[in-house]
Write a protein that binds this ligand. Structure first.
Ligand code: URA
Length: 220
């Protein structure tokens, strides 16, 4: 599935590790096992906001004419249709409020997938998205890029509904997940706060932070 260039070399999507000190500091707080549900949710939200800032850094601008109280001027505004935030349920919702606080007009696509505990495969149970995905940049959100099964399934679904310009945003990634996502969707760049060591036999990221959904919702 990977793209190749004219020489036949594989083209892989870019991976950006967001090394901003605020993101790294907050990630350390999140990883700590004694962090409360309330604290976890709040910090995930804050990191979501900071990641939204980074992932939107290169959005195209257009110039529009406005009037200040003093005079008319040409000023930049983000070009094109509003972004779509596409959290993968349920842990992806942890990024949503933080991102919406920076991009309040964004549309939201909900992608309901759960991980079969035996096979670790993603199983779809809900999908609702704006109809004009083809005209919008879609940010796919999931704090954990582990096996990449959910990320791949979500991106498959969004592409089937027309999305062509997608970016994947996570908090932690496993090298195995990054490689698999890049191989399957080489056109989808990834933003993460960390690439951790590896996946364990249960599909958890090591050292990771445990089960993000359980820690967010207190459902352990
Ligand atoms: N999902 C999680 O919540 N945590 C992991 O470590 C891997 C997948």
């Amino acid at each position: 599935m990977a793209n190749t260039d004219v020489t036949g070399a594989e083209i892989r999507a870019t991976v950006t590790v967001v090394d901003h000190p605020l993101v790294q500091h907050k990630l350390t707080l999140l990883r700590q096992k004694e962090r409360s549900t309330k604290g976890f949710r709040q910090i995930l939200n804050e990191i979501g906001m900071l990641l939204a800032y980074e992932v939107t850094r290169d959005l195209p601008l257009e110039r529009v004419t406005i009037e200040t109280p003093i005079q008319a001027m040409e000023a930049p505004q983000i070009a094109g249709k509003k972004l779509v935030l596409a959290p993968i349920l349920r842990a992806g919702v942890g990024f949503l409020d933080g991102m919406l606080s920076l991009v309040p007009s964004a549309r939201v696509a909900h992608v309901g997938l759960y991980r079969d505990p035996e096979t670790l495969e993603a199983v779809e149970y809900y999908f609702k998205a704006p109809s004009d995905l083809a005209d919008r940049t879609v940010l796919v959100l999931d704090p954990m890029l582990a096996t990449a099964n959910s990320a791949i399934a979500a991106i498959d679904l969004l592409k089937q509904r027309g999305a062509r310009d997608l970016r994947f945003v996570c908090l932690l990634a496993a090298p195995e997940g990054v490689a698999k996502l890049q191989a399957r969707h080489p056109d989808v760049p990834v933003w993460t706060a960390s690439i951790d060591s590896h996946l364990n036999d249960h599909g958890y990221i090591v050292p990771g932070l445990g089960d993000a959904g359980d820690r967010m919702y207190g459902t352990r």
